[in-house]
Ligand binder design. Structure first.
Ligand code: NAG
Ligand code: NAG
Length: 283
């Protein structure tokens, strides 16, 4: 074999290798990356795919789903939530695989009366089991501007971030028998719907339909993540972790803004807290 064909074979091999390794890091386009799954025209993509709006009126909410399935990486979305009186509405932004033993990573924003804080509800399901809620108020008004909501996900941990500040970490504690989402690729979902039977102050405050439609805005979706299950890609994100400064910020958020933590809800778990709670009070 001539050396030039050796070189071209090497180049081919390299390019295959590189295309497997390099994650999909392009800035998103809602036309290219998402399908509208319900709500018809209440979900609208504008500005050539740069902006998405999801609306809720008395007849229906609306929702989208990513075309790709992802397994590990960092995924960012900027959201501007329903302003004014949004009581009774829920805007969800979550990652989920399919089937009865699905994995799921949730952000849900529970609306409120004008001037009252939104609640950010988070949860992690592994192999079909959730019940790992943590709730927060935010240190800003999420309806005035876009803010960035992200997850960093590898086979060691899941980190929830708001404007690049970690607010929650779910560690892989398979070593003590806690299932961890690490093999089922997930799609990204977002929707807005009416949940006035429970969302705001436990359902006391109802949706005011005279204020409809309720609209949330989205932009700058970035998936620096592995599409489906590339054996090579997964290692690219394996070392994502928090430095000392980020851990301090996480403690600050948890101390000042966390309003519910399943890991301190002794009433709910009279037989004892879930095993992961003993190990990871903060991290
Ligand atoms: C709404 O505002 C009240 C009063 O400040 C607060 O207690 C509650 O956590 C807020 N969020 C929801 C979803 O009810
Ligand atoms: C991750 O960290 C390990 C050891 O801490 C190191 O050997 C490995 O090369 C790192 N991987 C990447 C992709 O940076």
């Amino acid at each position: 074999m001539s050396s030039s064909s050796n070189v071209s074979q090497l180049m081919l091999l390299l390019s295959v290798f590189i295309s497997v390794l390099i994650p999909n890091a392009l800035a998103g386009n809602f036309y290219r990356d998402f399908d509208v799954t319900w709500g018809d025209r209440r979900a609208r993509i504008r500005n050539g795919g740069q902006i998405l709006t999801l609306s809720l009126d008395k007849a229906s909410g609306s929702g989208i789903r990513s075309k790709n399935e992802y397994l590990f990486g960092r995924i960012d979305m900027q959201i501007k939530l329903v302003p004014g009186n949004s009581a009774g509405t829920v805007t969800s932004y979550y990652f989920s695989s399919e089937g009865a033993t699905h994995d799921e990573i949730d952000f849900e924003f529970l609306g409120n009366l004008s001037g009252q804080p939104y609640t950010l509800h988070t949860n992690v399901y592994s192999q079909g089991k959730g019940s790992r809620e943590q709730q927060f108020h935010l240190w800003f008004d999420p309806t005035r501007n876009f803010h960035t909501y992200s997850i960093i996900w590898n086979f060691r941990k899941i980190i929830f971030l708001v404007d690049n500040n970690a607010i929650r970490v779910f560690n892989n504690l398979e070593s003590i028998g806690v299932p961890f989402p690490k093999s089922q690729p997930m799609r990204i979902y977002s929707s807005i719907w009416n949940a006035d039977d429970w969302a705001t102050r436990g359902g006391l405050i109802k949706t005011d339909w005279t204020k409809a439609p309720f609209t949330a805005l989205y932009r700058n979706f970035i998936a620096n993540a592995c599409v489906r299950s590339s054996r090579f890609c997964r290692y690219k994100f394996a070392n994502y972790s928090l430095d000392a400064k980020a851990r301090n910020k996480l403690r600050w958020v948890q101390k000042k803004f966390m309003i519910y933590n399943y890991c301190t809800d002794f009433k709910r778990f009279p037989q004892g807290l879930p095993p992961e709670c003993k190990r990871s009070r903060f991290l």
